[in-house]
Design a binder for this molecule. Structure first.
Ligand code: NAD
Length: 286
């Protein structure tokens, strides 16, 4: 039986979510994605028009099939949480059932259960502001979109996950060591995500035999990263200073994620796994 994977946070073919989807598809999984509501229209249109066909190519030459695209806004858990101005916003009004609870219900209705849950999303409205200048609401928004969203996804999806299933999220080393420029509470949000990975691994392990890990990924020029503004500098810094002096490919993170959610990693849970060309191990480079 092919495994089913729900990947939250895919809206183009540049990010880690897309690469993880491809690696899982190459390993034989059925791919369902959750796409941020404001990005849904352009993503579905681009898919339909074949704009991603080149990057849908799998190693065996076939094209990755996305079985279904679900609209999702992971900062809202249920319809009661959605403020009026969002409900009536024209980018949202055209879609329905996009809160986390409703998305899980929709997946359950369509497919019954899943095996793999991927969280590949983050948002921090004040990411370009230093932490010292971040507002309370900006900080809480970063935590809501980037950390609590993972708790919420697990809360609603664990009940429909088959025992032995696994989940994975993406984090960044700014959680542990200072990276000037990764502001707005995003460093705090990643620290929370890593800590939560340990606690959730215990709870989901005991509750449903579900594993929970996070990948601390090196820099990638994704859409989200470009919005931060310093990604080219980080990529260059990594190239110069990491043990492995090569470009970090999204596919390398995709492959590591596929390993971590597979039975090959059946004893790994609660871990933060670095996929960063080894950069995290360096103090001073020469
Ligand atoms: P990306 O732009 O491909 O992915 C981020 C996705 O989050 C987008 O598809 C966006 O639409 C979605 N999103 C934002 N707010 C959302 C919400 N409220 N509900 C649902 N979806 C929402 O960029 P990426 O860099 O591949 O990011 C994926 C993950 O990887 C993030 O957690 C990011 O922090 C992490 N990461 C990225 C890097 C990097 O250098 N790019 C490094 C380490 C970790």
């Amino acid at each position: 039986r092919g495994k089913k994977a729900f990947i939250a946070g895919v809206a183009d073919d540049n990010g880690y979510g897309w690469a993880i989807a491809k690696a899982l598809a190459a390993a034989g999984a059925e791919i369902l994605v959750g796409t941020w509501v404001p990005a849904l229209n352009i993503f579905e249109t681009s898919l339909r028009r074949g704009k991603f066909d080149e990057s849908r190519k799998l190693p065996d030459g076939s094209l990755m099939e996305i079985v279904k695209v679900y609209p999702l806004d992971a900062v809202y858990d249920c319809p009661e949480d959605v403020p009026e101005d969002v409900k009536t916003n024209k980018r949202y009004a055209g879609s329905s059932n996009w809160t986390v609870k409703e998305a899980a219900e929709a997946v359950k209705k369509d497919f019954g259960s899943i095996d793999i849950l991927v969280h590949s999303l983050a948002n921090g409205p004040e990411v370009t502001k230093p932490l010292l200048e971040t507002s309370r609401s900006g900080y809480l928004a970063a935590m809501s979109a980037s950390s609590y969203s993972f708790i919420s996804l697990l809360q609603h999806f664990v009940p429909i996950m088959n025992p032995g299933g696994a989940s994975i999220s993406l984090t960044y080393i700014a959680s542990e060591r200072t990276i000037p420029g990764y502001g707005g509470g995003m460093s705090s949000a990643k620290a929370a995500l890593e800590s939560d990975t340990r606690v959730l691994a215990f709870e989901a392990g005991r509750k449903g035999k579900i594993r929970v890990n996070t990948i601390s990924a090196g820099p990638l020029g994704s859409r989200a990263a470009k919005a931060i503004g310093f990604i080219e500098k980080m990529i260059e810094y990594s190239y110069v200073n990491a043990p492995l002096q090569k470009e970090l490919l999204a596919d390398e993170v995709g492959n590591a994620a596929a390993f971590l959610v597979s039975p090959l990693a059946s004893a790994i849970t609660g871990s933060t796994v670095y996929v960063d060309n080894g950069l995290n191990t360096m103090a001073v480079a020469i």
